[in-house]
Design a protein around this ligand. Structure first.
Ligand code: FES
Ligand code: FES
Length: 171
């Protein structure tokens, strides 16, 4: 085995995987370049825009700042994992469309995954977040097109009745 490589095992979008990775490899590069899941977007690459957001063990993280070795033993969800044959679009995505909260779509996967993660947490805690709280949670996401009102409308609408799904069920 190459001494520089570290073995990791993880589950991504419900699929168990094992890989050898360089300890300095960023999660976004593992996801996009090696696993070919291109829905995770490279934006600022500095933790400022949220385009690269994925869910790791139920928490939204910036994959441009997260080392791939740190997903060892964990569950990862990317935007591709929200789709199933029976349900091509997740309810968060339906709300985004309903509220006209997408234009170029570059920021959308990140917003969708963060909104889903907030929703899962709120269901577990039995709370409904206020618009102000939602805005605070999403402040790490930038959108150059739509403006934030429609995105917040969509998030607020979804988070009034979120659907809990654990991170191992593809969604
Ligand atoms: S690309 Fe990761 S936060 Fe901008
Ligand atoms: S829809 Fe274009 S960056 Fe948000």
């Amino acid at each position: 085995m190459d001494k520089k490589q570290v073995p990791i095992s993880f589950t991504i979008n419900g699929k168990k995987m094992t890989r050898q990775v360089n300890p300095s490899l960023l999660l976004i590069h593992l996801i996009r370049d090696e696993l070919k899941l291109k829905g995770t977007k490279p934006g600022c690459m500095e933790g400022e825009c949220g385009a690269c957001t994925v869910i790791v063990d139920g928490r939204a993280v910036n994959s441009c700042l997260y080392l791939a070795v740190n997903i060892d033993g964990k569950q990862v969800n990317t935007i591709e994992g929200l789709s199933t044959v029976e349900r091509p679009l997740h309810p968060v995505q339906h709300k985004i469309l309903e509220h006209g909260a997408v234009q170029c779509g570059f920021c959308t996967p990140g917003f969708v995954l963060s909104i889903k993660a907030i929703g899962d947490e709120c269901v577990e805690q039995g709370i409904v977040p206020s618009r102000k709280e939602i805005a605070k949670e999403l402040e790490g996401h930038l959108c150059r097109c739509t403006g934030y009102v429609k995105i917040l409308d969509a998030a607020e609408d979804y988070l009034a009745h979120p659907i809990l799904q654990n991170s191992s069920d593809h969604g």
